[in-house]
Design a protein around this ligand. Structure first.
Ligand code: ATP
Ligand code: MG
Length: 416
C-alpha cells in the first residue's frame, strides 16, 4: 500500500466486461486515541474494457492495456503512485457451496479463542473442492458450541466442541490465474481477491438492511450478480449470464440499427417502464449518428427494454425462490452497476419482485470525487471499503475471519 505521510492509500480494481474501474481512498487516522477512522474516496477513473467476456478473460494483452489505461488515469487524479489493489473477482465461473467445520476447543479451561474460530473455518474450508477450483472466501454464517446453535460470535464462550456453518465461495483456477496475471503484468501488486458482489454489498448496504433481509443486485454489461443477506449473513449469491448488453442487442434487432446506435438510444432515451411513455413521442435516429432519417416510436423502444428487463428480474426472482425469499425480504432490493441507470428499473422491480426497491449508492463514505454518485463505481468503491475493513480498523466481529490465511496463501502460489 502506498503511504503518504499519515495517509494510507487503498485502491480497488473492478474489471468488468464493459469497463475497468479503479477507486482510491484513504483512512483518515485521527491523532487522538479511539477516534473513529473515516474512509474517504480520493479519486476514481474508468477505461473501456477489452478482452473480458462475462467476467472471463479472453485476451490477457487487451486486459493489461485496459488496466494500465485505467490506473494511469487514476494516478493522475490522485497524484500519488498506486502500487497495489484489492481486486474484484466476478464471472460465471464462481460457485458457492455450504460447508460445516467442527473442531475441539484447544484451551485447557475450554474458553473459545480466535484461533479456535480460525481452525473451525479452516476445517469448513477443507471440503472437497472441485478439481481446478480455488477457495475465494469462507464466510461464517453461524456457530454452534456443544450443541447450542445460532451463535454469532463464540469468542469468550466456554465449550468443548465448536462448529461453524459456512458458505464457501470458489472460482475456477484458470480464470483467477488469468486475472491475477493481467494485473501483475500491468505493474500492480494484489492485496487480495474479493468476490465483487460482496464488496458492492459492503459499500451499498447498511448493517440494518443486512439484518432485516436484503438483496443487492449489480446489473452489469454481460452479467448480473446478486447476493442475499439475512440476520447480517450471506444467504445466497449468484452470477447470471445476462446483463444490460442484452438490452442493447434487442434494441439493435428491434430497431434494425447498429449496436453503437442502439447503445446510444438506450442511454439517451431508454426506459424500462413503457406504460407512461406517450405513443406520440418519436426519436430521430439520425440525431444519434444513423446515416438516414429514421423515426422510431419511443413507446416501442421502452417495450423492447421492458421485455428484457422483465426477463432479468424474472431470473433474479428465480434465485430468490431457490432460497425461499421471493417477495419476502423486508429491506427489499438494492440495485447497483451501470446497467441500473436505466430509468424505470426501480418501479419495474417493485412490481415484478414484489419487494421495496432502490438504487444503491455508497453509504457513509466521504468523497472528493463525484464518481461516488455513479452506480457503475459502487463495486470499485466497495473494494476500497473492503480494503479499509481488512486493514483492521473498521471491521465487525464476523468480518475478521473472512480472509485469515485463506486467499493470501494461494495468491503467492499463483505468482509467476
Ligand atoms: N446512463 C445509462 N443508462 C442506461 N444504461 C447504461 C448507462 N450507462 C451505462 N449503461 C449500461 O451499463 C452496462 C455496463 O454496466 P457496468 O459498467 O456495470 O458493467 P461491467 O461491470 O463492465 O460488466 P460486468 O459486471 O457484466 O462484467 C452497459 O450495457 C451500458 O449500456
Ligand atoms: Mg461489473
Amino acid at each position: 500500500m502506498a503511504k503518504a505521510g499519515k495517509r494510507k492509500l487503498i485502491a480497488g480494481l473492478d474489471i468488468g466486461s464493459s469497463a475497468v474501474r479503479m477507486a482510491v481512498g484513504q483512512i483518515m487516522v485521527r491523532d487522538e486515541e479511539g477516534g473513529e477512522p473515516e474512509l474517504q474516496i480520493l479519486g476514481a477513473a474508468e477505461a473501456p474494457s477489452e478482452g473480458v467476456n462475462k467476467g472471463a478473460i479472453s485476451s490477457i494483452e487487451d486486459v493489461v492495456s485496459a488496466i494500465s489505461a485505467c490506473y494511469e488515469k487514476t494516478e493522475r487524479i490522485v497524484g500519488v503512485p498506486i502500487d497495489s489493489v484489492w481486486l474484484g473477482v466476478s464471472g460465471l465461473h464462481i460457485i458457492a457451496q455450504s460447508s460445516k467445520g467442527v473442531v475441539a476447543v484447544s484451551k485447557a479451561d475450554n474458553e473459545i479463542g480466535e484461533e479456535d474460530v480460525t481452525r473451525s473455518l479452516e476445517a469448513a474450508r477443507a471440503i472437497s473442492t472441485p478439481l481446478n477450483y480455488e477457495v475465494l472466501h469462507v464466510l461464517p454464517k453461524v456457530f454452534g458450541v456443544d450443541g447450542q446453535t445460532g451463535i454469532k460470535d463464540p469468542v469468550g464462550m466456554t465449550g468443548v466442541r465448536l462448529e461453524v456453518d459456512a458458505q464457501i465461495i470458489l472460482g475456477a483456477s484458470a480464470q483467477i490465474k488469468n486475472l491475477t496475471k493481467a494485473v501483475y503484468r500491468s505493474g500492480l501488486e494484489i492485496e487480495d481477491l474479493v468476490l465483487s458482489i460482496l464488496a458492492t454489498a459492503e459499500a451499498a448496504l447498511t448493517p440494518r438492511q443486512k439484518d432485516l433481509g436484503v438483496l443487492v443486485v449489480d446489473l452489469g454489461g454481460c452479467t448480473t450478480s446478486l447476493a442475499v443477506f439475512e440476520e447480517g449473513d450471506i444467504v445466497h449469491t449468484a452470477i447470471l449470464p445476462i446483463g444490460s448488453e442484452h438490452i442493447t442487442n434487442d434494441i439493435a434487432i428491434g430497431l434494425r440499427t447498429s449496436i453503437d446506435i442502439a447503445e446510444r438510444v438506450k442511454i439517451q432515451y431508454g426506459d424500462c417502464w413503457s406504460e407512461p411513455v406517450s405513443k406520440r413521442d418519436e426519436i430521430d435516429l439520425s440525431e444519434l449518428g444513423a446515416s438516414e432519417h429514421e423515426l422510431v416510436k419511443r413507446k416501442y423502444l421502452s417495450e423492447i427494454i421492458e421485455a428484457r428487463a422483465e426477463e432479468i428480474l424474472f431470473k433474479i426472482d428465480q434465485e430468490l425462490r431457490k432460497v425461499q425469499r421471493n417477495g419476502l425480504l423486508p429491506a427489499g432490493v438494492v440495485f447497483t452497476g451501470a446497467g441500473a441507470k436505466l430509468p424505470g428499473l426501480v418501479d419495474l422491480a417493485k412490481k415484478n419482485l414484489r419487494l421495496p426497491a432502490t438504487l444503491g449508492y455508497p453509504l457513509n463514505i466521504a468523497s472528493v470525487t463525484d464518481k461516488i454518485n455513479d452506480l457503475g463505481f459502487v463495486g470499485a468503491v466497495g473494494l476500497v471499503k473492503w480494503g479499509a475493513m481488512m486493514g483492521g480498523r473498521t471491521h465487525t466481529v464476523q468480518d475478521r475471519w473472512q480472509f485469515i490465511g485463506i486467499v493470501k496463501s494461494w495468491i503467492n502460489k499463483l505468482l509467476p
